[in-house]
Design a protein around this ligand. Structure first.
Ligand SMILES: [Zn+2]
Length: 220
């Protein structure tokens, strides 16, 4: 009879400790989530009205850090977590909600190809026009894009499809000298002009549509 109150108080004490531990654990998990979430939200840059990106970057931006929901988990990451031209290009491509239309002479950068595939998997309509002589160059990402289900059309002439532009959501244009290659990122002098000016964006939308139809394999 004397033992019962003691058992009861031990039970209450244990329950209290358990509830407190659970509360502390939940708070820790929530704080970590909030920190990671805020950090990544900060990286999601809004499209500027106009901006110019210049290359080469001194170091290659970490794709995971700038585009993955949980950032970079590699403690020995050899890529930069500092914002640069490539990191901005990553985030602008990732901001696409409905469509990405690209005319690109050559694409060998696997990070940029993977971003297109990620967008395609999220339901963004991705279309690519490229040059027939660049499809099979070493490192070409064209077959990887096609394998992922992204439609790619190639020019069928002896001349180059030499454009290097991307239209995001039919609203923003990124256009310049920049091919999507490693050499262009860290070696070449390159530029990308970004704008949402309709006077410039609309003719590029028409140009893409013209080439998309012109290089339709069913029409040739
Ligand atoms: Zn990293």
């Amino acid at each position: 009879m004397i033992e019962k109150p003691r058992e009861m108080s031990t039970f209450i004490l244990r329950s209290g400790v358990l509830i407190l531990s659970f509360g502390i654990a939940s708070e820790i998990v929530y704080q970590i989530y909030k920190r990671v979430n805020t950090k990544n939200k900060g990286k999601r840059r809004k499209f500027p009205k106009t901006e110019v990106l210049f290359f080469p970057d001194e170091t290659v931006a970490c794709k995971s850090y700038f585009t993955d929901d949980y950032g970079c988990r590699n403690s020995n990451c050899r890529f930069t977590h500092e914002e640069n031209s490539l990191s901005k290009l990553f985030t602008y491509l990732m901001s696409a909600r409905t469509s990405i239309d690209i005319c690109i002479f050559v694409i060998t950068c696997s990070d940029l190809a993977e971003l297109l595939i990620q967008s395609h998997k999220k339901g963004v309509v991705v279309r690519v026009v490229t040059d027939n002589e660049q499809v099979d160059v070493p490192g070409s990402q064209i077959w990887k894009l096609r394998k992922a289900g992204i439609p790619v059309r190639i020019d069928n002439s002896s001349f180059f499809m030499h454009h290097k532009f991307a239209i995001i959501d039919q609203e923003h244009l990124m256009n310049g000298s920049f091919n999507w290659t490693q050499k262009a990122i860290t070696g070449n002098q390159e530029n990308i002009l970004i704008t949402n000016n309709e006077d410039i964006v609309l003719p590029f939308i028409s140009e893409f549509q013209k080439l998309w139809l012109k290089f339709d394999p069913n029409q040739n």
